[in-house]
Design a protein. Structure first.
Length: 252
């Protein structure tokens, strides 16, 4: 019985630790999805891709968070496995095993609900944010609020293929701002990252660009090919963005 409660406690504590780490990583500038993935990967020791590794290792705060997670994760997994063995192997009676299984199943069910609950997530995030501000030197910044990441606005990364509509054109030629899209940066292999590129900056095949704007425009840009169809799609979204701005001006 005690072993089953201990197992549930360890799993709950693990979920809380990875949640805290994910929020801390998000405050360093990672997207929420990437931050959660990195936190879970580091805690479980499953690893991540080489490109993501560079983002972590080149940032001192992220590196410290991941390193701490790896240490805690090793201890947590060993303790969880020990508690699991004590719960189901050592008890002599089937009743004890059944009670242990019941505690674990019910506990995991409650934990699963809590993890997926938006209400719990918002409340927990507020508490963790206050703790990070008070007890750590991490620069706590709500990037989602700063970038207005709602109303279908997103920040996304995209790798440019050879046949992409974007390839071998300058930002001035692409005129993405007319579609409501802003290129925040260009990551080029062998040359590093160019932040806040100018209109004369050219996008080359295999570049990874960071863009900000409406999700529906991203989807169109990803699919455009280097032909008249791509230009038609571009003009369509230019007109759509112009109409949206006129409607906003009319409201004012």
């Amino acid at each position: 019985m005690i072993a089953a409660v201990t197992l549930f406690f360890i799993i709950t504590l693990s979920a809380l630790i990875t949640r805290i780490a994910a929020i801390a990583l998000a405050h360093t500038g990672l997207s929420t999805q990437i931050a959660r993935f990195q936190a879970r990967s580091a805690y479980t020791g499953s690893g991540f891709t080489s490109s993501e590794t560079e983002k972590i290792m080149n940032h001192p705060v992220r590196r410290k968070i991941i390193y701490s997670l790896m240490l805690i994760g090793n201890a947590g997994i060993v303790t969880a496995m020990s508690s699991l063995i004590l719960t189901f192997v050592l008890p002599e009676s089937n009743a004890s095993r059944l009670y242990g299984l019941l505690i674990v199943v019910v506990g995991l069910g409650i934990l699963w609900w809590a993890i997926r609950s938006d209400w719990v997530d918002r409340g927990l995030s507020k508490v963790i944010n206050r703790m990070l501000k008070k007890y750590t030197d991490i620069n706590v910044q709500d990037y989602a609020a700063v970038l207005h990441l709602h109303d279908n606005y997103h920040v996304s990364e995209m790798r440019v293929e050879k046949d992409s509509w974007l390839a071998n054109k300058t930002l001035l030629e692409l005129n993405l701002r007319k579609e409501g899209i802003t290129v925040l940066g260009i990551d080029r292999k062998g040359e590093g990252y160019l932040g806040s590129p100018s209109g004369n900056s050219k996008i080359l095949p295999q570049d990874v660009i960071t863009v900000y704007g409406k999700a529906e425009v991203f989807e169109s840009i990803y699919k455009r090919s280097r032909d008249i169809g791509g230009e038609i799609q571009h003009q369509k979204f230019v007109e759509k963005e112009a109409d949206r701005k006129k409607q906003e001006e009319g409201k004012d």
